[in-house]
Design a protein around this ligand. Structure first.
Ligand code: ZN
Length: 359
């Protein structure tokens, strides 16, 4: 190899090393374009006009990390083209683990149809030039037009099976959230469902007591705040971080498990099983007012012909008509006033109910 050949060889190596950069690899604009393509596809498949309040999109964009790239720009792409946006309660980003695949689900509540899209993973890494050659159809490896209306799904088991097959592992989450939304789920409940990642009767078991105590013991000045004590951890707990900023990292709800004997004794004492304790504490007055709350046994809505998998989302949908009436499902079993010392005792006691027994 003479000097000239050596120079050419070095140049060739340099060009090869730089090749990926020269081919212009995808950047955040790729995600925005994927979101735009999803929105265009939905507009045509579900036949709605830009910003239609009867259509919502649910997605894990912003949460999913694909091929090392975050996915939030897909949300901008969707809004730009479809007009669907969170401020109108028509765009919701649901909590999912970062390693889960990215997906979009558009739902038209007037037609009851939904469109589930999952991008082909190849589009995350291809060059700009390659991506421009991919048709909108080929952008998505999953593209399923389904009947998403829960009542229609329940009425026809074939339809139900098709929809659940098409939505796969996202089925329960998507069906419960979008149907509750279509039946009027308020913004704060939707926000709690985004953290919880589905909307179940259990989450309402947190939402209703919150709304109930906000009615019967409202916060009236900046010195007041709530303390919440419960004896079990379940879906209901996920309403508190969102509605009251009561997060585990900042102390959160106070949970003390009770023995079977203690639980049975409480049922006897209160006439029904208490569900928890709320205290509205006033840091200026150094005193609080509290309630022990229970649940009202409701006449169960007819659930004949509702398949087992649909029973919970069905109950949620039926609850939406009275979502602003928490008193239909929550009751006060006892009211008490409390001083600072007793409040500290209440917070740390193994059985909190024993602390307030004589108040
Ligand atoms: Zn749940």
């Amino acid at each position: 190899m003479n000097t000239h050949q050596k120079f050419l060889f070095a140049l060739l190596i340099a060009a090869l090393l730089c090749a990926p950069a020269l081919a212009s690899l995808p950047d955040a604009n790729r995600m925005e374009e994927i979101g735009q393509r999803a929105a265009y596809t939905a507009l045509s498949e579900l036949q709605f006009s830009k910003g239609d309040p009867g259509v919502m999109v649910l997605t894990n964009a912003g949460r999913a990390v694909v091929n090392g790239q975050t996915t939030e720009r897909a949300i901008s792409g969707i809004t730009k083209i479809s007009g669907l946006q969170n401020g109108d309660s028509t765009l919701w980003t649901v909590n999912r683990a970062e390693w889960k695949p990215l997906w979009f689900y558009f739902y038209n509540k007037y037609t009851g149809k939904g469109l589930f899209l999952e991008p082909d993973t190849a589009v995350y890494t291809m060059s700009k030039a390659e991506f421009s050659q991919v048709s909108f159809d080929d952008t998505f490896s999953t593209r399923a037009l389904v009947i998403g209306d829960l009542l229609k799904i329940i009425a026809d088991s074939d339809v139900g099976n098709q929809t659940r097959d098409a939505l796969g592992g996202e089925s329960n989450s998507i069906i419960s959230i979008t149907n509750a939304w279509a039946h009027g789920a308020p913004y704060d409940l939707m926000a709690a469902a985004m953290l919880h990642n589905h909307l179940c009767p259990g989450l309402l078991g947190g939402y209703f007591p919150i709304k109930y105590v906000e009615k019967v013991l409202p916060i009236e000045n900046s010195a007041q705040s709530y303390t919440y004590i419960t004896t079990s951890t379940s879906c209901k707990e996920d309403a508190y971080p969102v509605l009251w900023d009561m997060t585990p990292g900042k102390g959160g709800a106070i949970v003390h498990s009770l023995s079977e004997n203690e639980t049975a004794a409480l049922k006897e004492e209160y006439g029904s099983s208490p569900r928890g304790i709320f205290v509205r504490w006033d840091s200026r007055a150094k005193s609080g007012t509290g309630i022990v709350f229970g649940s009202v046994t409701q006449a169960s809505t007819a659930e004949n012909n509702v398949p087992e998998w649909a029973a919970k989302p069905y109950r949620v949908v039926m609850s939406m008509a009275t979502i602003d009436k928490p008193e239909l499902s929550v009751s006060t079993l006892k009211t008490f006033t409390i001083d600072q010392e007793t409040l500290s005792e209440l917070k740390s006691a193994a059985n909190p109910y024993s602390v307030i027994a004589n108040l």
